[in-house]
Write a protein that binds this ligand. Structure first.
Ligand code: ATP
Ligand code: MG
Length: 442
């Protein structure tokens, strides 16, 4: 991709309406464009990052045996009346009427719809558990949309649902998601802490929010810092191992403000371990038993007895994660940002010094680009007439992790190469390639 042909509308200055770094940067480097309050278009750079996050989320759902489906954005009000949530959900729900005057709505979440799908298709307990997910746009008419795509009205979410026969089986399903969330966030280079949470309007009694630490987060958190060191890497997908993992986390006091109790915090966490800070909620899992299956009559036949299925739901804010990664990875001292290799829009920027009469550096750039492409490394060539330092600044701002400079200091087959926040090295293209490949594998 040539920079001159790309649709990356960079702004000269930080937009004044944006209060937090991720919002400023996403507008500044042209990742998103607001279309109305809390509603955004995703431009190529932002869309590329979001798609990569989506793919990681998908792979980790697939890995624990969740099956992908796709439900519509528009739902009928009927099923929401059955569950009793049509009135309860209040003004956050966008209600629409079709030409037949039928009440419809833009889905804020999908418990009802997925329960409807399940109950009309499954009757035998032998086909349980069923674990289903989809990745789809949601609409919530938030009272105060703010911070760009972090709290907006239309957002992209992965939501999954589990159906089991017994509480015990359902907890096993819950724990599979618990592990898969830890793995998902790790692949995004984020350390997300599971915290005991309130279940809110979704209902039920077991719930964890996955929170990443960031000063600009909207959640206040109170935790024992030893929870940051819990290691989930050896946990396997078996009932016992997953139960042990959850206990390892639950050993430590770790809650958001809704569940916070000062006395309990001070009693259970010695002063040296207490952390009281802010975080961003990137995922939320709930177990709620038969809260929906009972009113909606989603049951299976078990030895001649009707059993309402036990359900849970599991969300990840795919679009919010784009901003959350910026908040977590932005380095204020250097004024630069560096995308994790797993989601970066480009692995490496190729920056040729271009003279009017001499296109040889540009030609070299194209050759280097072809070589790196053959090794699955994605690059963008900056073929504009800006000077080198302006180009470097631009890619620092965008956060492309590596920069390869082809200019007066390139000697023979050695090129200047640097990590966005690192020292310049002089390397052969083969060595550049292996450095990037190594970084991608971590
Ligand atoms: P919050 O407390 O932030 O409003 P929630 O508890 O309402 O979140 P869930 O219903 O559990 O959120 O939704 C699952 C995930 O969707 C959240 O963890 C969050 O990452 C994301 N999400 C929720 N609301 C928004 C929003 N308005 N804008 C962007 N992402 C959102
Ligand atoms: Mg909410």
């Amino acid at each position: 991709m040539f920079f001159s042909k790309s649709f990356i509308p960079i702004l000269k200055n930080n937009p004044s309406e944006a209060k937090i770094k991720s919002h400023q940067l996403m507008l500044r480097v042209g990742m998103i464009k607001q279309s109305s309050a809390g509603i955004y278009s995703w431009l190529p750079l932002g869309f590329k990052v979001m798609k990569k996050i989506e793919q990681i989320v998908r792979e980790e759902q697939d890995r624990v045996g969740v099956q992908e489906i796709l439900m519509p954005t528009i739902q009928s009000s009927e099923i929401w009346k059955e569950s009793g949530r049509y009135e309860d959900y209040g003004e956050e729900m966008l209600r629409i009427k079709d030409r037949q005057n039928r009440e419809m709505l833009y889905g804020p979440t999908n418990e009802e719809l997925v329960t409807e799908i399940f109950r009309s298709s499954f009757k035998s307990y032998k086909s349980l558990p069923q674990l289903l997910y989809h990745i789809q746009w949601k609409f919530r008419d938030e009272l105060r949309p703010r911070f760009g795509i972090m709290r907006c009205r239309e957002f992209y979410m992965k939501d999954a649902y589990s159906f089991d026969l017994t509480d015990d089986d359902a907890i096993f399903s819950y724990n599979k998601f618990f592990l898969s969330y830890l793995k998902t966030f790790k692949r995004l280079n984020l350390s997300a802490i599971p915290m005991a949470a309130d279940t809110g309007p979704i209902g039920g009694n077991l719930s964890h929010e996955f929170i990443i630490l960031a000063d600009t987060g909207e959640s206040k958190i109170y935790t024992d810092k030893r929870i940051f060191d819990v290691d989930s890497s050896k946990t396997i997908l078996d009932k016992e191992s997953l139960g042990v993992l959850r206990k390892q986390y639950e050993k430590f006091y770790s809650v958001t403000d809704e569940k916070f109790n000062k006395d309990e915090f001070e009693k259970s966490v010695a002063e040296e371990y207490r952390v009281n800070t802010k975080g961003i909620e990137v995922g939320h899992i709930f177990y709620f038993g038969d809260k929906y299956s009972k009113p909606m009559n989603a049951a299976v036949d078990f030895n001649g007895k009707k059993e309402f299925v036990k359900m849970g739901s599991y969300g990840i804010g795919v679009s919010r994660l784009v901003g959350a990664i910026i908040e977590a990875k932005y380095n204020d001292t250097d004024g630069i940002m560096k995308w994790p290799m797993s989601v970066t829009p480009y692995d490496c920027a190729i920056i040729p010094m271009i003279n009017k009469n001499d296109k040889s550096n540009l030609e070299k750039s194209i050759k280097v680009h072809e070589f790196l492409k053959s090794k699955n490394i994605e690059t963008i060539i900056d073929d504009t007439d800006e000077n080198i330092s302006a180009k470097i600044k631009k890619f620092n701002l965008i956060g492309i992790p590596y920069q390869l400079i082809i200019g007066s200091k390139s000697e023979g087959n050695l090129y200047e190469f640097k990590e966005v926040d690192g020292e310049t090295q002089k390397l052969k293209v083969e060595d550049i390639c292996s450095q990037i490949i190594k970084a991608k594998q971590n």
